[in-house]
Design a protein. Structure first.
Length: 367
């Protein structure tokens, strides 16, 4: 199978082509560098057309119609002449509903494609896309998400003219998968041609959220990934980091026992940390009323000691990095951990709450 993608070097095109390559679907591309003769040859070899090419910010408004409407009409003419009845996907815009030069050009493009369906047996799929966001979208062009992510990640100023303005957004991966369904013949229903889910967010809230992403490197607090929009905005944000920004340091605290560092905190699912201990070193020696913890030895050999506060019952657990065993720290039991191996002990730790220095729920007690 071969798919012809116009606008292949654009935001949606680049993401779509990567996905088609993953599926071992042959891709042919039509870009500004190609001629009308190339177009005829490309359509002859195509089993499906995904028409993404368009003009968003021309120097002359006339180019809206030349590219958006004119190119689409030309493609439709070539398809008619070829006698091929192949699926035709058009990426239009919700701006087609508005009375402006861009919107009119998109509406005219839609009309050409719909007429193609009337004249031939080509199944036509017209998607009026709202704002699309995700990796590789060009900043300072036609996406406020891309501009905000780029500027905020690089500590550049942003401009919010109307913080209450509501944006409608869809995620690039959802757009791509919707198109792939058609390409693979998995979508027959043409009544509801929309990419779902569609997200709503106010411009001011979007700016604030992206700033929180930047600040999370200092606070170590991750956003709630159960919120779909936030879960998709974060990878979009980090995709605008330069390679020099891929790594960042976290604070660590050390003494004669070893080192301790908090790695990741969450708003409602606790935090992740790790610590080290030299041979023979014991850490801990305290209990909690409500805090719970899970320990995992990732290097070395450790002995966990427990003592029940009410009954004085004791218990020991020995584990090594070869076993990958989770050890629970249970409220009401004092506990400690001793490195009983010859190498440095490294332990990963999850706690069910972010450490609060004003209410640490950590009381010193022997084991």
């Amino acid at each position: 199978m071969s798919v012809l993608v116009t606008g292949a070097y654009g935001f949606i095109g680049k993401n779509l082509i990567v996905r088609l390559n993953e599926l071992d679907i042959q891709v042919a591309t039509y870009t500004r560098k190609n001629s009308s003769q190339d177009l005829e040859e490309l359509i002859k070899g195509a089993d499906c057309i995904v028409h993404l090419a368009g003009e968003n910010r021309p120097k002359d408004e006339k180019d809206f119609d030349v590219v958006n409407a004119g190119l689409t009409a030309s493609i439709c003419d070539v398809v008619r002449s070829s006698g091929k009845n192949i699926p035709f996907i058009l990426a239009s815009s919700t701006q087609a509903e508005f009375d402006n030069a861009y919107g009119k050009s998109k509406l005219n493009a839609e009309a050409s494609v719909k007429m193609l369906e009337v004249d031939t047996a080509c199944p036509v799929y017209v998607y009026r896309l709202p704002g699309v966001f995700g990796k590789w979208c060009k900043p300072h062009y036609n996406s406020v998400v891309a501009t905000f992510c780029h500027n905020i990640s690089h500590n550049l100023p942003i401009q919010v003219n109307n913080s209450d303005f509501e944006l409608s957004l869809v995620y690039i991966d959802d757009v791509v998968e919707e198109f792939v369904k058609i390409i693979q013949g998995a979508k027959d229903d043409k009544k509801e041609l929309s990419v779902q889910p569609e997200y709503k967010i106010k411009l001011g809230d979007l700016a604030d959220q992206i700033k929180i992403f930047r600040e999370s490197r200092d606070s170590l607090i991750s956003e709630r990934v159960g919120n779909e929009l936030i879960r998709k905005l974060y990878p979009t944000y980090v995709s605008y980091l330069s390679p020099e920004q891929f790594a960042y340091s976290i604070p660590s605290y050390g003494d004669e026992r070893g080192m301790f560092a908090e790695m990741l905190k969450t708003k409602d699912s606790g935090q992740f940390s790790f610590f080290t201990a030299g041979p023979g070193v014991t850490r801990g020696g305290h209990y909690h009323h409500s805090k719970t913890e899970k320990f995992l030895v990732v290097q070395g050999r450790a002995k966990f000691g427990f003592r029940h506060l009410a009954t004085d019952e004791t218990h020991e657990i020995i584990t090594t990095s070869k076993e990958l065993k989770i050890v629970e720290m249970v409220p009401g039991w004092s506990h400690d951990i001793t490195n009983i191996g010859a190498e440095e002990l490294i332990v990963m730790l999850w706690a069910n709450e972010i450490f609060d220095p004003d209410n640490p729920d950590t009381i010193v007690h022997k084991v």
